[in-house]
Design a protein around this ligand. Structure first.
Ligand SMILES: NC(=O)c1ccc[n+]([C@@H]2O[C@H](COP(=O)([O-])OP(=O)(O)OC[C@H]3O[C@@H](n4cnc5c(N)ncnc54)[C@H](O)[C@@H]3O)[C@@H](O)[C@H]2O)c1
Length: 478
């Protein structure tokens, strides 16, 4: 039986704070890391951490013993545990890597901070905006090194792109389009709830999420497409792409947008997923307009290939439209073109190979400024996604003409509405009432991380946070 959580945390905090206070890591001293969450990304993260000189994967944690067994094969010296509270309790663990489902990110990371451990936490760093801020508060209060998992921030190409934009060759930035198009199939719809795998301790897997029936076919990974555990495709790819936007275009000077409006639907699937598979968002940044467009249907019913951004025939993540041309690129780099479409510059990166090493270096220097993806910035980038999801979730049954008329004068909004209609036509989807939702234009108070004005309804405000399952609450005071 585990100790009562509060007593446990208090003890753990006292014990390990004392430990870390007395522990100044030498440049060559071994750093003992625990890898929490060992699905696809967690296994990868454990391998990438283990490859950093001076790092030992000392503990592996996953409520599913299948995942533990697979990871143990690669890190035979590590202790395995199903309950992450055992990791938090372990005094000889210096840092944790959190690669669980999104619903666990903040609580796992926050407990680790309270226990005096440093944290590498996957994107989106939070499941909702409120808890993301709590993690930032915990990082500050306990003086922790906390890195977000947007690894491309460690790629040198981002600075090269910034320098190119600053050179003025493309002129001023006019607007930005952020895209992600990839095909995803139906996740099924069961009549009877799915039984979790017998190898998995479901209580631990659920943690802060609600215990509600799972009607999809697959237990792992597809949690992304139910709000209880995931944040949809916008919360999956958005944290990368919007993080690039916030970094490369806005230089981390715009924490949150001023206004956000979303439209879309879960279309052409008829499955148990709740998050939209077709989702477009307008971000009023106070500077140039930004549109994000995400979808998971193919280019067309008969063309089973990923879609592309029509205007530019590219599926680049980030299209930065400038006076004299544009830049289009993804995590690995990109290209710049002039107004005639002629390539004028090319950038190639390494996808952020050194992100784990960057984290470990910052652990040794104890300087948050050494981190490429310091938690506060990645909290903001994650929050942009949450805002786009909130507008969608508040959305009413609508149609694309109503969407168009909401922002008649915004050329980029008209463009994405046109792209949506063309995409529906290409996939031969005739929208039925209730299929397409249009959300409110939410007004945001960036300093307070809340909504203001007419759209600050109780429903909107409620979506800034969640109901936590008993025993797994993110605390108000960290
Ligand atoms: N940075 C990137 O490029 C990148 C790429 C892929 C995924 N991710 C992120 O990594 C996370 C994991 O994604 P995935 O694809 O591996 O998902 P997944 O479903 O395959 O794996 C999640 C694992 O976490 C485990 N888990 C659940 N609760 C846990 C707990 N309390 N303690 C320990 N483990 C727990 C699950 O049992 C599962 O094995 C997601 O948040 C995702 O957004 C990031």
């Amino acid at each position: 039986m585990l100790t009562n959580r509060r007593t446990f945390l208090r003890n753990a905090t006292l014990a390990t704070t004392a430990l870390s206070a007395s522990r100044v890591m030498g440049a060559n001293e071994k750093i003992r890391v625990a890898s929490i969450g060992l699905g696809g990304q967690g296994q990868g993260n454990a391998g990438r951490m283990a490859a950093v000189p001076g790092v030992e994967i000392a503990m592996l944690c996953d409520p599913d013993t299948n995942a533990l067994d697979a990871a143990k094969g690669k890190h035979p010296g590590a202790t395995t545990v199903q309950d992450l509270r055992k990791v938090i309790e372990a005094k000889d663990i210096d840092a944790v890597v959190v690669s669980t489902g999104n619903h666990w990110h903040v609580l796992a990371a926050l407990w680790a901070c309270q226990a005096g451990k440093d944290v590498y936490v996957e994107k989106p760093i939070s499941h909702n905006i409120w808890e993301g801020r709590k993690l930032v508060e915990a990082a500050r209060k306990y003086n922790r090194i906390v890195q977000g998992g947007t690894q491309q921030r460690s790629c040198p190409v981002q600075d090269e792109i910034k320098a190119f934009l600053d050179s003025g060759k493309l002129g001023k930035i006019k607007w930005v389009r952020c895209n992600h198009y990839s095909i995803r199939q139906s996740i099924g719809k069961r009549a009877a709830p799915l039984a979790p795998p017998t190898t998995c301790d479901y209580n631990l897997w659920l943690g802060p999420a609600q215990d509600i029936p799972i009607l999809r076919e697959k237990f792992h990974y597809d949690w992304h497409w139910n709000w209880n555990t995931g944040n949809g495709e916008l919360g999956n790819w958005g944290p990368h792409i919007l993080d690039d936007l916030r970094n490369v275009v806005f230089r981390d000077k715009i924490p949150l947008p001023k206004r956000v409006m979303a439209g879309g639907g879960r279309l052409g699937l008829g499955d148990a997923g709740e998050t939209p598979n077709t989702h477009f968002v307008y971000f009023d940044t106070g500077e140039v307009p930004v549109i994000m467009d995400v979808h998971n249907l193919p280019r067309g019913k008969e063309v089973k290939a990923n879609d592309f951004y029509r205007r530019r025939r590219t599926n680049a993540f980030l299209v930065i439209e400038c006076e004299n041309g544009y830049y289009a690129g993804g995590r690995g780099g990109g290209k710049a073109y002039d107004l005639n479409g002629k390539e004028v510059a090319k950038f190639s990166g390494d996808g952020g190979r050194s992100h784990a090493a960057n984290f470990i270096n910052a652990m040794r220097s104890r300087k948050t400024s050494d981190l490429k993806a310091e938690i506060e910035q990645i909290h903001y980038s994650s929050a942009w996604c949450h805002l786009g999801n909130i507008s969608y979730r508040l959305g009413q049954n609508s149609d694309i003409d109503q969407a168009r008329s909401r922002m008649k004068d915004l050329e980029q909004w008209q463009e994405v509405c046109g792209d949506f209609s063309a995409h529906m036509e290409a996939n031969q989807i005739a929208l039925q009432p209730g299929d397409f939702r249009l959300g409110p234009l939410l007004e945001i108070d960036a300093a307070k991380e809340t909504f203001v004005g007419e759209t600050a309804t109780p429903e909107a405000l409620a979506l800034l946070r969640r109901e936590y399952r008993k025993g797994f609450e993110v605390p108000d005071t960290v």
